[in-house]
Ligand binder design. Sequence first.
Ligand code: 0RQ
Length: 503
Amino acid sequence: DTSRILCPVLGQRIMSAAEAAELIPAGANVGMSGFTGAGYPKAVPGALAERIRHLNAQPNAKPFRINVWTGASTAPELDGVLAEVDGIEMRLPFQSDPICRSRINNGTMDYVDYHLSEVSQYAWSGFLGKMDIALIEVAGIREDGSLIPSSSIGNNKTWIEQADKIILEVNSKQNAKLEGMHDIYYGTALPPNRKPIMLTDPADRIGEQYLACPPEKVIAVVETAAADRNSPFKPSDDVSKRIAEHILDFFNKEIELGRLPKELLPIQSGVGNIPNAVLEGLDSGPYKDLTAFTEVIQDGMLKMLKSGTLKVASATAFSLSPDGIKEFDDNIDFYRDKIILRQQDISNHPELARRLGVIAMNGLIECDLYGNVNSTHIMGTRMMNGIGGSGDFARNGYLSIFVSPSTAKDGAISAIVPMVSHVDHTEHDVKIIVTEQGLADLRGLSPRQRAHEIINNCAHPDFRPALIDYYERALHSGRGMHTPHLLEEALSWHQRYEETGQM
Ligand code: 0RQ
């Protein structure tokens, strides 16, 4: 079916994925589409991995590797296959693939973990080096060569502009009615030439429906027909339901106190079990006409749009389960004018998150007594996924909420620790911590007041006495009283876990 490639010049560049993969040289910086398992190229990465496997098996082969820049996480057909053949030298700015993760953590892959809003300006500024090839999935090519974006936009605008050469994958499995749902903003510039971004409501459209693409840069067009990753969500469990209840109680109190409007403020929500439970909770509450200014549209957001709880959602990508994608495809006419997909430097833009007053809700790995949050590292050294957009929204949002079960690994690990083993979100950015135990509201509190709030409301009872003991001894250590610590013991919980498997 070539009906999705309407531009005659580009129609002449159609080739197989294997032929397109031949055009990617060793050492290339390749900007790929893809964000949370949506809109990533499905065929060329696999063909390239096959080529790499073959070349690297030759006697005395010089390892063939490329650098992979994306929007965010992709899927086994991209990160998985390339990592498997050791084909990735350097990866940025976010991943969640198990094979990538193990290579990053065993030192055979370099990884740069950046705020998702900032990647495109780094590329524009030349901080990352030259982009050689952009490999972008689209839903179609129009007669004039402009592109109908697919189920994510991510950094595609920037990759197309920055790359010397472009390879397009035209995926006929993507719903043709995605056309018109995107808003690509062409007003960005580098300092000192920046102008305000004139977006004052999550529903605003400020750009174009299509990606501009110079046809002369396109060296290959590959046709595919494959679905996005569409991982199923875990159903909400008891812990995530309790976390959601604490957040909903908090919202209701803030509305009563006049600190939040009854429509709340635009919500940003990470993906996963707990954020999904919060969305379900909001949906069963009294809320109407909420808005979302977020990165990712997950199943919970579709349900909220359907019920009228949510009136509009702005994001850069979908991240739907198989049921979610079916619901979306079956009812796309209903959803089309309620969802706007933007490039990630706009969906996550600090100026916009601050102006709109986003309520940011993201997961944490661990949090310390004073409200510093680690979202990325296990025991200080091993990468989990990356900071993603959490920092974009946490620092600039109106309310920065971090959520987690109070323990991990069947109770062996406390999510509340004396000192975090890595810091992603500092005490200056974090406003609210929520576990199934309760909610700590850190606004207006000094570090010592925060320690009481966090230990009493969020720590698991099994770890509470040890946290109190640490804090009391730190208070009486004769050292600084602003942020009391026992330096020789501050990371002893992590060390104990590494040695014994139990904090
Ligand atoms: O691992 O499944 O192997 O047991 O971490 O933990 O509790 O299922 O929570 O899926 O929401 O992930 C911070 C990683 C939380 C995520 C993080 C282990 C735990 C489990 C997952 P297992 P849960 P979640 C918008 C914003 C950064 C990016 C971000 C994340 C696994 O939210 O990546 O916010 N955030 N983006 O057992 C050891 C601890 C642990 C621990 C949890 N203290 N020590 N292991 N785990 N705490 C979205 C995007 O940016 C795209």
